[in-house]
Design a protein around this ligand. Sequence first.
Ligand SMILES: Cc1cc2nc3c(=O)[nH]c(=O)nc-3n(C[C@H](O)[C@H](O)[C@H](O)COP(=O)(O)OP(=O)(O)OC[C@H]3O[C@@H](n4cnc5c(N)ncnc54)[C@H](O)[C@@H]3O)c2cc1C
Ligand code: SF4
Length: 485
Amino acid sequence: MALGLCNFNKTGTNNNANKDALSNNYADLHEPLSFLQAKAEADRCLYCYDAPCITACPTSIDVPTFIHQIRSTNLTGSAKTILSQNIMGGTCSRACPTEILCEQACVLNVSEEQPVEIGLLQRFAVDSLFEKQAASQLEHPFKRAKLKEKRIAVIGAGPAGLACAHRASMLGYDVTVFEAKNKAGGLNEYGLAAYKMVDDFAQKEIEFLLQIGGIHIETGQKLGENLSLKSLCDDFDAVFTSVGLGLSNQLGINGEDDDRVIDAIEFIEAIRQSDDLSSLSVGNNVIVIGAGNTAIDAAIQSKRLGADNVTVVYRRGEESMSATQWEIDLARKNGVNFRFYSAPKSFENIQTHNSNTDTYTKTASLECDYMQLDDDGKLTTTGESYKLPTDMVLKAIGQKFDKSPFTELNIENGKLVVSNYQTSMKGLFAGGDCIASGSDLTVQAVEDGKQAAHAIDQYLSKNQYLSKNQYLSKNSNLSNLSEEK
Ligand SMILES: Cc1cc2nc3c(=O)[nH]c(=O)nc-3n(C[C@H](O)[C@H](O)[C@H](O)COP(=O)(O)OP(=O)(O)OC[C@H]3O[C@@H](n4cnc5c(N)ncnc54)[C@H](O)[C@@H]3O)c2cc1C
Ligand code: SF4
């Protein structure tokens, strides 16, 4: 995909929905809590000893403490508790699938069947700090340690890269972040659904994060094009790579190169970057292929953009979808249909000539095989197929890591192998979606960035590094580090 704005406006019909209706459709998915609502919700927390929500949060936010601080109207303290563990607590409060993380662990699920709304409370606390910041009543809540006169390069300004940069700056390092696109933020800016990240929140969060100082972001700098790994490793004391998953998987079916068959990521990116949603085109009969949260986000957003029919097509059953049940239910509430046990086979584009007007109309359909599980549980075709009329197909069948700039590194299952965030190249660290252990969640990327900054600090301040053997034995950890003379 080209740098900057993508252009999916190559197919579909003109969007007839009016601007007001569209802005309503893309309004905040969750109404933020008022002060009174937040206090009442905070009152529900049992402040458990050894609270399971802390363990369930990948960034280990001290949930009971920040909720208690809301209860006692110490909102700035509450935000600091959150941000000290997760500098992108604002985005995570909007994007975390809390139903499988902190809120799933809440003990109230058992007694009241309704967990504390941890995500909404977190948002309340962080937003209130941001509002005070905007009114210039507060300094940045974190200070930098004594400067260490060492420089760190970060490749990729997504949540992993930015979290690493912020923590490294706190630890006293100067950081330069190299970003391929013309805006920082990664998928916070280009990928999360528009109704989760209203009011340009991704950029506001970056402004906040940069207030700490010592972080310089250079956009339009792409590793493998105008930036080389070798020169970064030569010029900086350590390098952290967090380039995410830059390539989209392909279907490999006939007709896939048609201009009505589009990557869902491109479609979502165009919505996120649009100043005028009514200028975007969307099909009347949209088919989304996939089973993850990207497929769900693309389906809901095309419906909200004005598509008449939106159908998610998936080759297995609903129980095998990787999207959370909450997201699947949300899609249904938005009028999205599902076709299970359906494997796309070919996209056919039919051109009809109208001799009266001497014009051509393009119609198209997606042919799908009916699928079934055989006695061994293996997915096979039934031998029968059907055709769904469509004028826009969105492919959401996963992203993959672009290995091309990293050919000298250890790669397993298509991702970088790390041990304590160190890659197989000395001085080069990695985290976020591009590493083997990445769980493809924003909150995990933030945790990776934070922990990688500490691993880099160990490496730079104590001259500690993993020897090749320690690195290769997957069990190595910080206690196995060797001292370099
Ligand atoms: C459509 C979509 C919706 C999602 N929704 C959710 C959600 O609701 N909740 C949730 O928790 N997670 C969600 N995720 C997952 C989440 O966005 C990712 O796990 C997270 O963004 C990973 O962070 P990262 O920093 O590793 O990578 P990214 O966010 O992908 O950032 C990587 C950065 O590196 C830059 N880059 C790439 N290649 C280069 C290069 N060669 N040189 C320089 N820079 C480069 C990119 O431009 C980008 O800015 C979603 C993902 C997608 C695709
Ligand atoms: S960061 Fe996400 S998982 Fe952690 S407590 Fe906040 S909402 Fe829950």
